[in-house]
Design a protein around this ligand. Sequence first.
Ligand SMILES: [Zn+2]
Length: 502
Amino acid sequence: MDSLKESLHHHYGWSDFKLGQRPVIEALLASQDVLVVLPTGGGKSLCYQLPALVLEGLVVVVSPLVALMEDQVLQMQERNIRAVCLHGGLDALQIEKAKEQVRAGHIRLLYLSPERFQGLAVKKLLLDIYQLGKLVAIAIDEAHCISAWGHDFRPEYRRLGEIRSWYPGVPVVALSATASPRVRADIIRLLNLSRPLIEVCSAKRNNLQYSMRRRPKDPMPDVLDEINNTRGAKLIYVRTRRSVETLTRKLHSYGVYAIAYHAGLTMAARRQAFSSFLEQKNPVLVATVAFGMGVDRKDVGLVMHLNLPSSAESYLQESGRAGRDGKPAKCILLFSPSDRKRLAWAIKSSTQGDSEKAFFANHLRLQIAQQQLRRMEALAEGETCRQQALLQAIGEVVSPCGNCDRCLHPPPCIDWSPQAIEILVELNRSNGIRITALITKLSSKTSGIVEDLSWLIRRLVQEDLISESDDGLQILYISNLGRSFLYKPWNLDYAEERLLAS
Ligand SMILES: [Zn+2]
């Protein structure tokens, strides 16, 4: 056995590397920069953990979320690997203690938020380690956060390229589960990666069975049904902390002892939820999307979302937690047209800022977030293979999976162009109109049911025949393509709404 494999076996008990891990580890040991795009569950974190253990030095891990850092530290501690994180939630004494351990060379992995990585206290600490030659690498986790084109842009990530120059010669490894070619280019440019090794693995997962459908008014029967008919551990994602609590309570009343998890729980409660999920036989966990990054449970047989995810990228990442053991697993998405409106408002209110610069930065961010949301909705309402469409969103072209609801049961389609013409004629007369006003106008004229109309309007937005404002207000305009369509219509073969709902 070679020495890298020996270390892997010694620290983790595994006998071989996963695809893509070894070249990354070797590059880091040779001080080369690396960009790693490995799907969820591909073992990204091992790529920077092992070099720290092999060289008995320190790797700094920059990560966007406190909950994510804490989860990773907990997992490291369970493996007897010494890791700490520094964040605003700790008191002065805890921070001092952690720093002391780092200074003494006892710690292998130090998790930091991008803000703290820039702070003077941390800079001084890390320069000391650097001068001792013990700063092994800087790992930028969730590196897509640096790009405005990524699904989770964080302006704090923008300074990381400059900060790395404080530690010349220390390699940087940028990691992401979902980075499209455009985002990859941004990561390389903004982090100043110098002649990096680029390790990209396909995100295609043959053992996952995707299925997306409308959420019934009471989703409980569907949830119970899926829980009862799937193997292993089950993850159920909802949007808010409150719905985590409501759903957990409801499940308890049906005799399903679900575990609740969200970022608002105390550290102790999160730790408890975390270890219950890892230790119970077939646990059911209800969580907000904050849960799961870095969770290492292989036999997850079901990942169920009860709301529309905010982007195809994030959905790929979350659903990818299913079936890491390679056995069949289900990814179910229940959604409602109202989800997008709610999410759009949430995105809008999270991007408020008062300076002019913040306004333009937020405007771009808002625009991209709305586009990603529309694309996710188009995917859920669309007729094509789910996995193919999801992968396309991250720039990967594959053939239909043969395993999803669309591949197994292609929906019957009809031509909707006559109804589309009525909608576009009305829009052509107006100079921007809110979707609700448009529906009121049309429903008095046509025989269309309101529900069908709003669905068809969304489809026309998804097909670029109608443009929609990116401010969350859903103001509609006819697009240039829409005008060409009116001039010379073509067939619009979509599955009928009522058929989709059934
Ligand atoms: Zn498919």
